[in-house]
Design a protein around this ligand. Structure first.
Ligand code: NIG
Ligand code: FE
Length: 389
């Protein structure tokens, strides 16, 4: 079955060899042919090949589905008291993670599944077609494995984040908790995850602790990524580059050496501006990173403490307003950048061979995403060649 989309005012392919030759590879007055869940042809409507069915999108823009490469999808509980205190000026330290850990441990699998389902529905409704999902609110062998099992019902991009915080049972025994994370917990979780992550920051895990955890994960077959440089200048970025991590996420506080190290590496800098908003922090400087040649991704960091956000258009709008990105760069970071951060070549682009994961925007140009500030913007969403929204 061949399906042809026509009437596309601008098609964002993210293939610079196509269309206008920009990084977005924009083809105007375009059509796109789908077969077996994949894009098999893109070009001008006038040159479109025959198809079994045709859909006219009515002069709208078509963009790759958003790749949200950093979410904490599975959690229970509520942090409103902490959020209110922070909005009144209290500093974020990561201490509230334990509130969510207690609620998540107490929730049934069915409750966690229902909460994750509701969040993924919101993500889909706002144009996301690929998500990553971390554990990290269980912090016992059984709770971390349970979160990863549930995460795996929603995505294959699952991340073991046992080193998110030291749980109260291990207060005063950090070394004991690291032994658990790199031992029994890793053995139970590695078969359920593709990635390993650590919260390496002030008040969280040190560079040496993070290195130990990530090395153990690598030895167990997982690929490293990490939370770093969110709360201050720290060793996270340099450790990510040292270990060849796919991505280092947050990057709010960077030295010139950090930027140079990223520029000389394959590690993606994933910016999470809605988390900086939620912690009343400065915003990361995307302009500095892009001008240095660093690959930048944008993601929601969907979590109950710093970023209760599921919408990539909101992240794009905030990134353009606050981090120095152009609308085109922000869209690229939210699609191709996220795909790079997940080392996926099949998503985040709309050229032949890619998965037919796409969004028909309710606008003639992708530029409107930068101005959407929360309105859904999604006219249609297609995943694997089938219309879902
Ligand atoms: O990415 N930084 C660490 N982890 C999460 C927030 C965790 C929480 O406060 O629940 C983040 O911002
Ligand atoms: Fe996070």
């Amino acid at each position: 079955m061949k399906t042809l989309l026509t009437g596309i005012a601008e098609l964002i392919t993210n293939d610079p060899s196509l269309g206008d030759g920009s990084p977005l590879g924009i083809i105007r007055r375009a059509a796109l042919l789908i077969e077996n869940g994949h894009v098999v042809w893109v070009g001008a409507t006038a040159d479109a090949p025959d198809a079994d069915e045709r859909f006219d999108v009515g002069g709208r823009a078509v963009v790759p589905g958003f790749v949200d490469s950093h979410t904490h999808l599975v959690f229970a509980g509520d942090r409103s008291a902490e959020i209110a205190a922070r909005m009144a000026g209290e500093r974020y330290t990561g201490g509230g993670i334990m509130t969510t850990v207690a609620a998540t441990r107490a929730a049934s699998a069915e409750e966690l599944r229902a909460l994750a389902r509701a969040r993924t529905r919101e993500m889909t409704a706002s144009g996301t077609t690929t998500i990553e999902a971390k554990s990290g609110y269980g912090l016992t062998v059984t709770d971390e494995a349970r979160i990863l099992r549930i995460s795996g019902e929603f995505t294959s991009e699952t991340t073991f984040l046992g080193a998110h915080a030291v749980p109260p049972e291990f207060a005063g025994n950090r070394a004991g908790y690291i032994r658990l994370v790199t031992g029994d917990m890793l053995r139970a979780c590695a078969p359920l995850a593709r990635w390993i992550d650590v919260f390496c920051d002030e008040g969280a895990f040190t560079g040496d602790e993070a290195r130990e955890v990530l090395r153990a994960g690598i030895a167990a077959g997982l690929v490293p990524r990490l939370h770093g440089n969110q709360l201050g200048h720290g060793p996270g970025v340099r450790l990510a580059v040292e270990l060849g991590a796919a991505s280092v996420d947050h990057c709010t506080y960077l030295t010139d050496e950090d930027v140079a190290a990223l520029a000389g590496s394959d590690t993606v800098a994933t910016l999470l501006p809605t988390a900086d908003r939620g912690t009343l922090s400065p915003y990361p400087d995307a302009r500095r990173l892009i001008d240095a040649g660093v690959t930048v991704a944008l993601a929601t960091d969907c979590n109950p403490g710093t970023s209760p956000v599921t919408s990539m258009p909101v992240v794009i709008a905030l990134a353009v307003r606050e981090t120095g990105m152009t609308p085109s760069e922000a869209l690229h970071a939210a699609t191709a950048g996220g795909a790079r951060a997940l080392r996926r070549a099949d998503v985040g682009r709309l050229s032949p061979g890619a998965r037919a994961d796409l969004v028909v925007l309710d606008a003639p140009s992708h530029v409107h995403l930068a101005d959407s500030a929360g309105s859904p913007m999604v006219s249609e969403l297609w995943r694997h060649g089938r219309r879902r929204v």
